[in-house]
Design a binder for this molecule. Structure first.
Ligand SMILES: CCCCC/C=C/C(=O)SCCNC(=O)CCNC(=O)[C@H](O)C(C)(C)COP(=O)(O)OP(=O)(O)OC[C@H]1O[C@@H](n2cnc3c(N)ncnc32)[C@H](O)[C@@H]1OP(=O)(O)O
Ligand code: FAD
Length: 627
């Protein structure tokens, strides 16, 4: 109810206005919501903040820069930098991606050369492709960067390391000498975020600015490794784990809330010619578009909770020096981020399109969500690259499964029990245990299929790297199958262990079955090819899905209401709680800057001669058109 937190109409603001407004709101919210001395980077308030501020800034500062200080800094470095960053007395970003490289980190070109005489690092972008490009909050806000650069000592390269580099004066906010920095310009979304470019030429930083938890450089230039170097990738694992909830589950929940509510209000056409126009939500085709996406919200939420728990447990182990869980966590987080962002972004577009013309209006709030979700398929590891990382782990585990009993998320690869499906009715295929088994079998076969294809190629003389490249599509499918079985399996377990009313558990179980069946029906080629289902059973799977749509239809609005988004957070004329769609759309349109005046003077000056000629002709005074 605080007017300072009320959303202005973002769609009718310029990019610069949105950038400033997001900064004002974020800092105001932090000041109001999170007392400074008690500020913690994550907590219930932050969850509220994430929901309450449709567009906020300092995402990378809070979500990546600060956690990286914790991950890569020594205790002394954390003691120095964390309090400054937590209180926004310095603003930072995570500068890794370059103009020429984003996925292939070993190709990054920014260099940090150790100058023994002065005990400094000299930072350089040797050519234009080495310029840092994309980091959020970097263009105009950040005065520091956590710069990922190749460490060089006496001409020898030591790989990517993290360096704290100040880029702007703390008094004037002007770029420091050797620093060229700015905003990269308009993007598909994140209008309020100043994703930036950063060109560094002979910028000097003290030796102490190498974040040294995992390695350090002594004054004489001696390089010391201090732990599992793969922990250097740890920040990306953490962000991938956490972004699923905030950038995939929540936006998809908003999109579903808007689309389902609108579909319950929008009447269009007839089902029974003798009856009145129906709400479009009564069309099974509309239910088939919307309800599986609603189910995806819940299943992705349950799986994400499990992944966050896994990351938390892993982090505790890392503190004890045990990094054995890292490979599995990397594979799972990379695969989950890729597959759920793919599903989520596609799902948001499906439900947007299901809202017809008004779904194309920014007044629906849907284009904002769709465009923003598209970015999740690219940042924090481009999806294809992430799916191949997941597949790399699966192929290794499949080889290991031939001699060992596997545990964790890949346990099913060493399960050689009979997995044939005996379903005789569509009801059998709504059983959670049957759906879990089907997904495990499909995943196991997909992984084995990809592995066998590569093995045969190598046996016939193809180099392993070429076999990998040529079978990439099968490997990506195996990664998707693995994640789907993980999502279905963890969701079934989560729901079974949930202490809630029987009626709620029934709905959640139906949603879980709908998610699994929609996935089966969308990939039935795999399920038949790998012998998981017969063609007749595929028909039953479709019947089972349609039956669930019918069962869930009456509760559809209640289910999305349970996401509990306020109208102010949704910012949607179609999804407002009162359902007054048309009045809200009309009011929203009238606020458009184009409607500030009845006549748009700039365009009128061009039109005027033509209008007056038309007037004269119609009033009998003018000459007829040449035509
Ligand atoms: C709200 C909006 C916020 C938006 C914020 C956005 C921020 C960003 O986008 S930050 C930039 C994100 N960029 C990336 O994610 C880059 C993706 N690329 C990579 O992570 C790596 O280049 C790679 C994993 C694709 C390749 O790594 P590389 O070492 O070059 O090569 P390999 O594939 O041979 O891997 C070697 C070895 O290391 C293991 N490994 C790789 N990554 C990780 C990791 N994150 N954690 C743990 N282990 C990792 C990999 O599995 C291999 O292991 P083995 O199979 O045992 O050899
Ligand atoms: C909104 C947004 C915010 C971002 N924020 C940050 C940030 O704060 N900090 C930061 O450092 N970066 C940030 N990034 C950059 C982001 O991390 C990179 O864009 C991402 O890692 C992909 O790298 P790239 O753009 O160089 O694409 P490339 O790596 O050039 O990939 C281009 C395409 O090539 C294909 N490809 C690449 N490698 C392979 C492979 N091995 N196998 C098969 N196909 C492949 C894929 O189709 C891929 O889409 C952000 C990006 C966006 C869009």
């Amino acid at each position: 109810n605080d007017t300072s937190m009320q959303h202005r109409n973002l769609n009718h603001m310029t990019r610069e206005e949105r950038f400033s407004e997001a900064m004002r709101r974020t800092l105001y919210a932090l000041k109001v919501l999170l007392p400074r001395e008690g500020w913690t980077p994550v907590g219930p308030e932050m969850k509220y903040l994430a929901r309450a501020i449709k567009e906020f800034t300092f995402i990378i500062h809070a979500g990546v820069f600060i956690p990286c200080i914790m991950s890569y800094g020594t205790n002394e470095q954390i003691a120095k930098w964390f309090p400054l960053a937590a209180d926004f007395r310095i603003i930072g970003t995570y500068a890794q991606t370059e103009l020429g490289h984003g996925s292939f980190l070993r190709g990054l070109e920014t260099i940090a050369t150790y100058d023994r005489a002065n005990q400094e690092f000299i930072i350089n972008c040797p050519k234009i492709t080495a310029m840092k490009w994309w980091p959020g909050d970097m263009g105009k806000s950040a005065n520091h960067v956590l710069l990922m650069a190749e460490l060089v000592i006496d001409g020898k390269k030591y790989g990517m390391h993290g360096f704290m580099v100040q880029i702007r004066d703390l008094t004037t906010h002007e770029p420091l000498p050797g620093v060229t920095v700015g905003d990269i310009g308009a993007k598909l979304s994140f209008e309020s975020v100043d994703n930036g470019f950063l060109y560094l030429q002979n910028v000097r930083i003290p030796r102490e600015n190498l974040l040294s938890k995992l390695s350090e450089v002594h004054p004489d230039g001696t390089y010391i490794k201090k732990g599992n170097q793969r922990l250097m990738y740890g920040s990306m694992v953490r962000v991938r784990v956490n972004l699923i909830a905030h950038e995939i589950v929540m936006p998809l929940a908003k999109a579903c809330t808007i689309a389902v509510r609108y579909s319950a209000v929008r009447r269009q056409g007839l089902i029974n010619p003798s009856k009145e126009e129906v709400p479009v939500l009564d069309y099974v085709a509309q239910q088939h578009k919307l309800l599986p996406q609603v189910a995806t919200v819940f299943m992705a939420h349950f799986a994400a909770k499990q992944l966050v728990k896994m990351h938390h447990d892993y982090s505790l182990e890392v503190e004890k020096g045990n990094t054995s869980q890292l490979p599995e966590l990397h594979a799972l987080s990379a695969g989950m981020k890729a597959c759920l962002s793919e599903q989520g972004a596609a799902g948001a577009e499906i439900v947007r399109r299901a809202c017809g013309g008004h779904g194309y209006s920014c007044g629906s709030g849907l284009p904002f969500i769709v465009n923003r979700m598209l970015a999740t398929c690219t940042y924090e590891g481009e999806n294809t690259v992430m799916q191949l990382q997941c597949a790399r782990y699966l192929i290794k585990c499949a080889d290991q499964a031939k001699k060992d009993k596997l545990t964790g998320s890949v346990w099913y690869l060493s399960d050689f029990s009979n997995m044939s499906c005996t379903a005789q009715t569509f009801g059998d295929l709504q059983e959670p245990s049957v759906l879990v088994k089907l997904h495990e079998r499909r995943a196991k076969c997909a992984v084995q299929h990809a592995g066998k294809k590569m093995q045969n190629m190598v046996k016939n003389g193809t180099p392993a790297h070429d076999a990998w490249n040529m079978m990439a599509t099968l490997l990506i499918n195996a990664a998707r199958a693995h994640i789907m079985q993980y999502v279905v399996g963890t969701s079934v377990t989560y729901i079974s262990e949930l202490s809630c009313s029987a009626s709620l558990k029934k709905i959640l179980t139906q949603l879980c079955a709908l998610y699994a069946l929609h996935n089966i029906n969308s990939n039935c080629g795999d399920f038949v090819k790998f012998g998981c289902l017969t063609s007749a059973q595929c028909d039953l799977a479709q019947e089972a899905e349609f039956n669930l749509l019918k069962q869930l239809r009456p509760d559809a609005v209640g289910i999305v209401d349970s996401f509990d988004f306020t109208d102010d957070i949704l910012q949607s004329c179609l999804g407002a709680y009162d359902g007054n769609v048309y009045e809200r759309l009309f009011e929203w349109a009238k606020q458009a800057p184009m409607n500030k005046t009845e006549v748009h003077q700039d365009s009128y000056q061009y039109l005027q001669p033509y209008l007056h000629e038309g007037r004269d002709v119609l009033e009998g005074r003018g000459r007829n058109s040449k035509l």
